[in-house]
Design a protein around this ligand. Structure first.
Ligand code: NAP
Ligand code: F7E
Length: 326
């Protein structure tokens, strides 16, 4: 039985990846950090699976990582844990650097010392492209990060390349563009909008307050993207890949489609207000990835369209909000 170790298992991607690997017959070990209230909402349906085991540790605590990997001796390590909210990275730049940048080298060091033959996946991000130097963005487009989060991810990316080249480790980065799902955190714009239009439809609120509507993102479906992570670790050679849909859409388009999907009547504008508190000190205006390499070498392609993704998220929020008394 193959063993996989996932940091960030309680997050959006970690929960889908754990499901995917359990279905593939893996024994899955998930790193969780100690919190005063357990945060297992996204994995509650698999928590009693006999092939899932949670291991205590924190990206900030080197010993906990080395100890966990020494005990588990995994075949594959997926480093998904991070402070992943871009806006928060200006408010907590040092913590973001600790988790999202130095956390990566701590996991790599733990792998190098405890299980050097394990294959390592790093969750790199399209935020590294920031102020984009080419359109569309590929594996060779230079980085120009625009937030402390983006800067931290660039460190994580290059330290992964460096460990591959220095220590002959099978270490790869997936440069994943935005990917969403009903399990997305409520602070991210897609889930925030999907939740708001559902609440408006049910008469629980009147409008949604947002920052810029002009920013464009290449939005895909998280469940598709975790399969690409696994495929990268099944290749003969360790290589980095862009994972994206190849389409870009604005926040405004997301909002317009979401209003329609919720069955809101009239013009979407009546349900929206701009609030400058959601604007960012530096914005990433346009992201669009070129997934050709992933298609060719991994045989990977997205399975659902942008409209289907928006509809799926809105439908899920309508069901959740109908049951909730809040
Ligand atoms: P997410 O939902 O925010 O999940 C982040 C996970 O990291 C959570 O499980 C969280 O645990 C854990 N974590 C945070 N700090 C930690 C620490 N100090 N020690 C141990 N665990 C810690 O993020 P996601 O959307 O699933 O994204 C997964 C990864 O992909 C992240 O690295 C993100 O930066 C990257 N990424 C995401 C996207 C995207 O569009 N989703 C795109 C590109 C790259 P708690 O539950 O305890 O908070
Ligand atoms: O913002 C704009 C905002 O926070 C998307 C993370 O998973 O993907 C994600 O980062 C856009 C930005 O995601 C609001 O200014 C407008 O232009 O949903 P987001 P993100 O910053 O793109 C990348 C690839 C990652 O790696 C990250 O971990 O939407 N926007 N109004 C807003 N954004 C938010 N959150 N809230 C608003 O009210």
């Amino acid at each position: 039985m193959k063993k996989a170790f996932i940091t960030g298992i309680t997050g959006q991607d970690g929960s889908y990846l754990a499901e995917f690997l359990l279905d593939k017959g893996y024994k899955v070990y998930g790193l969780t950090r100690r919190t005063s209230t357990q945060n297992f909402e996204r994995i509650k349906h698999i928590i009693h699976n006999e092939n899932l085991e949670l291991v205590s540790g924190d990206l900030i605590d080197q010993h906990s990582l080395t100890h966990a990997l020494k005990e588990v001796q995994p075949d594959e390590v997926y480093n998904l844990a991070a402070q992943s909210f871009v806006k928060a990275s200006w408010e907590q730049p040092v913590l973001t650097g600790e988790f999202t940048a130095l956390g990566v080298v701590r996991v790599l060091e733990a792998v190098r010392l405890a299980c050097p033959n394990a294959r390592f996946y790093q969750a790199s991000s399209s935020e590294m492209f920031g102020k984009v130097q080419a359109v569309p963005q590929t594996e060779t487009t230079p980085f120009y990060p625009r937030s402390p989060y983006g800067v931290a991810k660039v460190y994580g990316h290059w330290i992964t390349v460096n460990y591959r080249e220095s220590f002959d480790m099978f270490a790869v980065s997936g440069i994943l563009f935005n990917h969403e799902s009903p399990r997305r955190g409520l602070e991210f714009v897609t889930r925030k909008i999907a939740n708001a239009v559902a609440r408006i439809k049910l008469g629980k609120q009147t409008h949604v307050e947002l920052g810029t509507l002009d920013a464009k993102r290449d939005w895909g479906y998280a469940k598709d993207y975790v399969e690409a992570m696994w495929l990268m670790l099944q290749q003969d050679e360790p290589e980095d890949f862009v994972i994206s849909t190849g389409e870009t859409h604005s926040v405004q388009e997301f909002l317009e489609i979401a209003c329609r999907a919720a069955g809101l009547e009239g013009d979407w504008k009546q349900y929206h207000k701009h609030n400058p508190k959601y604007d960012r000190p530096a914005e990433v205006d346009l992201l669009i990835g070129d997934p050709s390499k992933a298609k060719e070498k991994l045989g990977w392609e997205p399975t659902i369209s942008f409209e289907e993704l928006v509809e799926k998220m809105v439908q899920s929020e309508l069901e959740l909000e109908a049951k909730s008394e809040l």
